[in-house]
Write a protein that binds this ligand. Sequence first.
Ligand SMILES: N[C@@H](CCC(=O)N[C@@H](CS)C(=O)NCC(=O)O)C(=O)O
Length: 361
Amino acid sequence: MAEQFCCTTPVVSVSEEELDKWAAERGVKRRPQERTTEIDEGGNFVRQQNYFTTPFGDKEGELKAEEGRYHLVWAHICHWSNRASIVRELLGLQDVISVTTAGEIGGGIKYSWGFPYSKDFEDPYTGHKFLAEAYAKGDPDFKGRATVPALIDKTTGAVVNNDYHRLTNYFEVNFRSFQPEDAPDLYPEELREEIDKFNAWLYPTINDGHYRMAYARTLEAYNAAFDDFFNALDEIDARLEKNRFLFGDYVTDSDVRVFVSLARFDNHYYRQLGPIKHRVVDYKNVWPYLRDLYEIPAFKNNTYFEDFVKAFGLSKGAGGNFGSFTNKFGLKIDYDKLWSEPQNRKVLSKTPEEKFLRHRH
Ligand SMILES: N[C@@H](CCC(=O)N[C@@H](CS)C(=O)NCC(=O)O)C(=O)O
């Protein structure tokens, strides 16, 4: 039962009183604020650690992959979780791992994510009204922000894994026996070490780079993150000069991680960053590369540009003469059309019509 209630803009809103009542009934506390709990002495944003990191595997204490048992909660706006929603679909796991889309309710995330697309604002698979409930079930002592992605065990309603560093790798490797035989191999064994190395470099520079810039509390911290981000983009652009995808002719796990961050840059992230160096569309290779990926249905189906534009703050209207560009024009741009402009990246590939290395039996 995939995407049962997903994913149009919710029509009913929740009042503040109702929200407070639900939270009180369910014992959910106010969400902690990063600016007080996740900033170091140098003004750098230091993200909370992923809390539920038990891996999938065969050893004792590890999580066992099973059909129908696990449930992914993700949010349109959030690239950490968008990775998992794309990979789930690329691998054909829609009937194996269910999904619910979280979002803001009552105009924000006062008590953590809610479920604005679901009937009665309840995750149909767990009955939760707040994601924080699944975190509390996972560990009553959890005091951090209840974040997406969250993989929930439907038998208990508890989060069992929120480790976005590894979640897609578990889908790729540990859920292999539930994928179609010819599913894409996004994490080929011979490339795993290199993919891991690349992903580890990508994390602070690009994936977390935007947050390191946006949440910085000193100019030094901002500048360091800014340089890391744009230097990394230059490196990626150079790498894509001769390679259709990051690791050659086929899409890998790393491409998903780059895509989800950059798909949000020109329409959302740039707003918090002051004068940016380049837009993503200015890169000679990166921009057509992203469109090449966007052609793949699993990427396109899981990319909600308008929600990026609306994220956290378009509600105040267009404003006066000095109203922001995004408020005035953000929703007038046809993102799907822009991202569907043809490109010819396939000439770089030995298999121009095949973007995936497929498992073969
Ligand atoms: N799992 C990570 C990161 C994932 C993350 O930050 N997700 C964001 C959305 S992109 C989220 O769910 N935020 C909700 C909140 O901060 O309350 C963490 O715990 O910090």
